[in-house]
Design a protein. Structure first.
Lengths: 452, 459
């Protein structure tokens, strides 16, 4: 069978076409050394899960680079504090490598507590702190006793695993072990829930929250978009967890079910039908007649609000093809949203997908769709050149590869500036996708002056 | 009264850093080589985050490979990954140069990078045989817990030059070490040298790799952006008339060429502003004997003319703070002094030995009292500005929240600038760079301080 594109022997099985050959690509393997992988490390995974917690300081225990490259790069928005936007590091130097960095870490935590009095200080381990064997747990415990401020260790050494998903789990563990269950809410209702796996990138959460609250549901906490540590501490009293980003947060939901008996349902707020299904699923869970009626009204008014607002965009987008190269959740959760715009998803790939994710992708896409795992820059460029989709959805590192090849691009990663979740979000989504596909630049003949 | 007041960092923690780690500088340097490919010997995060940083500042793709060290490498060593990594890179991309950049992990676990690269080289020869034209593989030792990305750049240039420069017939060129600057700056230096009828060997030249045209038909297999200094040119650098390093933190390459190959070196502040650019031109003249043509004097004259037009009326006495790269900051400080403004405070993230000395000279020149923050961060700048408000901030995009919060306009300069576009194409060096910077400063001041109260701006 002709290979999808030319690549290294060991990489061939990482790509497949649905309906032909192998059913899901080989995945969850270490990247080939020497390729330009799009993956980041376990520390990156932990950081993106915990960073949106607004009233906390995120302290990186390592050399300056890990913190300097990652402070305030995630577009999570906050309605209250902005402490989470600070980039703090213990800036380990050669002396600390030799003699150990624990003393410096302790002093750093004291200083930060004095300057900011934060709701919590999360201390992230890095490759270096792991290799030199600093006992971050002990330092955190001691400083918590002395300051009375929560100091939470996150064992996120970057080299731990080839898959950043491990980092998501480690971030989840930090919350489960040290935060959730440490505070009792003043009052509880029968309709308390947590929203799990929603990081409020570009204000997504603010498109979902009003819908749910109008239903009559009470949101105790969000893990972790626009949240306060104290709210998360009360999360164990919820009657239900709804999980938006299942890749990063199924783990936390499963553990909460085991430990506290809180059931969870999977939701998806990208796309109109999926938003509707999710709201109905929540109402059905509680089984309250009044709530179910209210939900239908919310759906009706939500649909009415967006009625016709996307017609203009759909006209231009109908029949166009789109390639997805995103995280393990969006690779399947966006497919229906694009189909609602009249577009065809011809490729779906992830950087860090595991078997579950690819099963899900396979279920969702049509026959003939290409499914790709951990494509490096060269493979991505070859795929784009060969299949020429009308749009690529990915993140900042892939943006300029795609543009250089003349393939329009829309950022659906943490540099996003408009909210895409919920009803109103769907209109913004349509608008931005249309802007990317229909921009006149790509209609202009790109090879025009002859001799090019 | 002129003096400097040196303010050192008093706390342990770094909040909102003005620096990053060594590998960044080395990756930057290797990108400036034609068909050069950096490979990072460390975790995947090390390359991915830096690529993200480059992408958002330059709006260009940056290809950096990584050996993907994981837990087993931390225990058993990274030999397998490094050797396989270099081989895969060579086979797939057929580069002219592979820069092997170490990180904290690989340095601490003690990998013998020099030895492993030799092994990889042998393997490549065997596997590719006749096909393998000489692929240079250069180990660059950049542990992230030592100093900053400026040192990483310096070490990379030194390693590249030591490895490649070969004495041969003298050429009529001048080597230039530009430092971590924008493509616009390098193009401006080339423009100045053109007017002096000189050709330069840039160690290294990121002007085209980080600012390339969109021409899909030109996307080759394997894809390399055009431009960059070639391996042959680097080899030829041993035969030049002189080396000018325009940043004091990257002098090692120049001094090495002087020691090994008798190529005279000049290590100075960047040519930002009138006098610094004059110095740069004089250095070129010193090494080559070429005359300074009228075109340069005219271009200089236009800057002076513009300064005469605007500096006294709108800029005199305005208080400015500048933060960022130690050498660009001193260059701009001197320039704002030339414009009659007061550089009230300067701040850099690195403990540069020459920073304080340079600022003392500038303080004497301008007659001002300057607060000099060495090895500090943006939180220090934030706290300082609350007690010492100024008219203008000059620095990178990371200061935008301070600017918003305190209502002080920010002139974006340096790295990274990610909340505006086109800055990577504008020079701040040379006479034209001075013009651009001056116009930007003046227009910002007009918009902020004059527009709201003067209904008609004229003259």
């Amino acid at each position: 069978m002709e290979p999808i594109i030319e690549t290294f022997e060991s990489r061939k099985k990482h790509m497949c076409v649905k309906g032909e050959g192998i059913s899901i690509p080989v995945c969850d393997k270490a990247s080939l050394p020497g390729t330009v992988t799009q993956r980041t490390c376990v520390y990156g995974g932990a950081r993106i899960v915990l960073m949106p917690i607004t009233d906390s300081i995120h302290l990186v225990h390592g050399p300056i680079g890990c913190a300097a490259c990652t402070w305030d790069i995630r577009g999570s928005k906050s309605s209250r504090e902005d402490l989470y936007k600070k980039g703090c590091s213990t800036d380990l130097k050669e002396k600390d490598i030799i003699f150990g960095g624990e003393k410096k870490l302790f002093e750093t935590i004291m200083e930060l507590n004095k300057i900011y009095s934060p709701g919590a200080i999360f201390v992230y381990a890095t490759c270096v702190s792991g290799i030199i064997g600093d006992d971050i747990k002990a330092v955190c415990k001691k400083s918590e006793e002395l300051t009375g401020c929560r100091v939470i260790p996150v064992q996120s050494e970057g080299y731990q695993d080839h898959n950043k998903t491990k980092g998501h789990w480690i971030g989840g563990d930090a919350l489960l072990d040290h935060v959730i269950g440490t505070k009792e809410p003043e009052t509880t209702t029968s309709y308390d829930i947590n929203i799990v796996g929603e990081f409020n990138v570009a204000g997504d959460l603010w498109g979902i929250k009003p819908l749910i609250e109008e239903m009559g549901v009470n949101i105790i906490s969000t893990l972790t978009g626009d949240s306060h540590v104290d709210e998360i501490a009360q999360a164990h009293r919820a009657k239900l967890n709804i999980v938006q980003c299942q890749k990063s947060s199924n783990y936390v939901a499963k553990k909460m079910e085991k430990k506290y008996g809180i059931p969870f349902i999977k939701v998806n707020f990208f796309g109109l039908q999926q938003t509707i299904n999710s709201l109905r699923d929540i109402a059905d869970f509680f089984g309250d007649e009044e709530m179910i009626k209210r939900t239908e009204k919310i759906i009706e008014s939500g649909l009415k609000e967006v009625e016709h607002k996307t017609d203009e965009y759909k006209e231009r987008l109908s029949g166009k093809t789109v390639a997805l190269y995103v995280g393990g959740n969006k690779a399947w959760s966006l497919v229906r949203a694009f189909e609602e715009l009249g577009m065809e998803v011809m490729m779906s790939g992830t950087k860090n997908g595991i078997k579950e994710d690819y099963e899900r992708i396979k279920e969702t896409v049509k026959d003939g769709t290409i499914i790709v795992d951990d494509a490096n820059s060269t493979e991505l460029a070859r795929l784009l050149k060969k299949y020429r989709p009308n749009l690529l959805i990915s993140g900042a590192k892939e943006k300029y590869i795609s543009l250089k090849l003349g393939v329009p691009f829309c950022d659906f990663n943490h540099d996003r500036i408009s909210a895409f979740a919920g009803f109103k979000g769907f209109v913004s989504f349509a608008k931005e996708v249309d802007a990317s596909v229909s921009s006149p630049v790509f209609e202009l003949p790109l090879n025009n002056l002859g001799g090019d | 009264m002129s003096c400097v007041n040196i303010i050192e960092k008093e706390r342990n923690v770094v909040i909102n850093p003005l620096k990053t780690c060594q590998p960044f500088g080395a990756m930057f340097a290797v990108t400036g080589i034609n068909k050069g490919f950096p490979i990072v010997h460390g975790s995947q995060g090390c390359s991915a985050f830096v690529r993200y940083g480059f992408a958002r500042h330059f709006r260009e793709p940056s290809e950096i490979a990584v050996t993907s060290l994981h837990e087993d490498a931390a225990v058993f060593g990274g030999r397998k990954n490094l050797v396989a990594g270099i081989e895969n890179l060579a086979l797939r991309f057929k580069p002219d140069i592979i820069g092997v950049i170490t990180t904290c992990s690989s340095e601490i676990i003690g990998d013998d990078v020099y030895g492993f690269t030799e092994t990889a080289r042998e393997n490549i020869k065997k596997k590719m045989g006749e096909d393998s034209h000489e692929i240079e593989v250069i180990p660059i030792s950049t542990p992230s817990f030592v100093e900053t990305h400026y040192k990483g750049y310096d070490t990379a240039i030194k390693s590249i030059v030591n490895h490649l420069a070969r004495k041969d017939e003298p050429n009529e060129k001048v080597n230039i070490i530009p430092g971590i600057v924008n493509p616009g700056d390098i193009r401006e230096l080339k423009h100045l040298m053109n007017m002096m009828k000189l050709e330069g060997i840039f160690l290294t030249d990121i002007s085209d790799p980080f600012d390339a045209p969109l021409r899909p038909s030109k996307v080759t297999k394997p894809f390399y952006p055009k431009g960059g200094v070639s391996v042959d040119e680097i080899k030829d650098s041993a035969n030049s008339l002189g080396t000018v390093s325009i940043c004091k933190y990257a002098g090692s390459g120049a001094l090495s060429l002087e020691k090994e190959h008798k190529v005279p070196a000049a290590v100075d502040s960047p040519p930002v502003g009138l006098q610094n650019t004059d110095k740069f031109i004089r250095n070129l003249k010193k090494f080559t004997g070429n005359e300074i043509p009228n075109e340069i004097l005219d271009e200089r004259g236009i800057l002076v003319d513009s300064m005469a037009d605007n500096a006294a009326r709108y800029l005199f006495g305005r208080k400015v703070i500048i933060y960022g790269d130690p050498d660009i900051t001193t260059g701009i400080a001197r320039f704002v002094g030339e414009l009659g403004m007061e550089p009230t405070m300067v701040c850099t993230g690195v403990k540069s030995p020459s920073f304080a000395q340079d600022m003392e000279k500038i303080a004497k020149e301008t007659g001002s009292e300057i607060d000099v923050m060495v090895g500090q961060d943006l939180r220090a700048v934030e706290v300082y500005l609350k007690e010492n408000p100024v008219d203008l901030m000059i620095g990178n995009s990371d200061g935008r929240l301070i600017s918003l919060d305190q209502g002080i306009p920010l002139i974006r300069v340096g790295f990274p600038v990610y909340d505006r576009v086109g800055y990577q194409r504008q020079p701040i060096v040379g006479y034209r760079g001075g013009l651009y910077l001056m116009d930007l400063i003046t227009n910002t001041i007009l918009e902020k301080y004059y527009e709201p109260t003067h209904w008609k701006l004229q003259q």
